[in-house]
Design a protein around this ligand. Structure first.
Ligand code: NCD
Length: 308
């Protein structure tokens, strides 16, 4: 029987213990092998997972859907744009009706801060957060951790730089507490107007790549989230690239075996140069994306799967 985790929803990183995170990463490794040998146990057989996305998504949504299907589960989708929300129905009433259909889990992305915890208070099944406003994106942090462990064999003791729009990044909102909990040292690098409002103790903030990248084992680059900021914050993509774009030259400031990650979508030529994104020696960006499937399989399996 699979060891379970101590939480019944995945809305944020804080309630997860280091042991829970290790359990999820180990289960993801099991599923990655099972996918390659086509021996995936059908632990979501007869389960129906409700997806509820009010913001755009490619990787998160499609890898969750693939994860459900690979585990033998079924999907039901609520689409805000063609729903009765357009006729004035409240979100709370919508949730009460959808809950009446008894889904086995809700996977949700929502533009409102902390919406997943609100939904978890209404529905009777586990809620998995696929990103809420600029707050948290816990499964992205788990797949980032999985990718780091796969490439480096560990997380504990590594120095990990997170570069870019930290003020608006829910990825950083989950990466920082997760990677810190697993023993990494975090360097946050951003221009002053994109630095986070607060950081946990021990996390270092830098305002230049030249200072922040020195000694790093991992660099996580983030997209500039123009949809969440005033146009004046980043007036010019070229100037941003000039100051904060990750180029091969800047990569050389980090450790020689540094790996480069990006949650996607990438804005090539803004936060990352093509030569870095496609560098076969350092970039693990597309493996990172692919790891979304086994990691989300692990989360679904541990929260709703039947033991096999
Ligand atoms: C991120 C997101 O939507 O939070 N993308 C993702 O889930 N892979 C990051 C972003 O939009 O920049």
């Amino acid at each position: 029987m699979t060891q379970k985790i101590s939480v019944s929803n995945l809305c944020d990183i804080a309630p997860l213990s280091a042991a829970d995170i290790t359990t999820i990463l180990d289960r993801a490794a099991f599923f990655k092998t099972a996918l390659s040998t086509k021996t995936v146990p059908q632990t979501l057989k007869d389960k129906v997972i409700l997806t509820l996305f009010t913001e755009n998504s490619t990787r998160t949504r499609n890898s969750f859907e693939m994860a459900v299907l690979r585990l033998g589960g079924k999907l039901m989708n609520w689409d805000e744009k063609i729903s009765s929300a357009q006729k004035g129905e409240t979100f709370s009433d919508t949730l009460r009706y959808l809950n009446g259909y008894q889904p086995d889990a809700v996977v949700m992305r929502h533009h409102e801060y902390n919406a997943p915890n609100y939904v978890a208070g209404i529905v009777d099944c586990p809620v998995i957060n696929a990103g809420d406003s600029y707050r948290e994106h816990p499964t992205q942090a788990l797949l980032d951790a999985f990718t780091i462990k796969e490439a480096k064999g560990k997380i504990d003791g590594l120095t990990i730089a997170i570069v870019g729009d930290l003020a608006h990044s829910r990825v950083a909102g989950s990466d920082v507490p997760l990677l810190t909990k697993m023993g990494a040292t975090i360097h946050l690098i951003a221009p002053e107007n994109l630095q986070p409002r607060s950081v946990p103790e021990g996390v270092k903030i830098f305002s230049t790549l030249e200072d922040g990248l020195v000694g790093c084992d991992v660099i996580i680059t983030l997209r500039i989230q123009k949809e969440r900021m005033d146009a004046s914050v980043i007036p010019n993509d070229t100037a941003y690239f000039h100051a904060y774009g990750l180029t091969l030259e800047r990569l050389a400031l980090a450790k020689p075996d540094v790996i480069v990650m990006h949650p996607g979508p990438m804005n090539r030529g803004v936060e990352i140069a093509d030569e870095v994104a496609d560098d076969p020696t350092h970039s693990v960006i597309f493996q990172q994306g692919a790891n979304g499937v086994p990691v989300r399989m692990a989360v679904l399996d541990l929260l709703v799967g039947e033991s096999t």
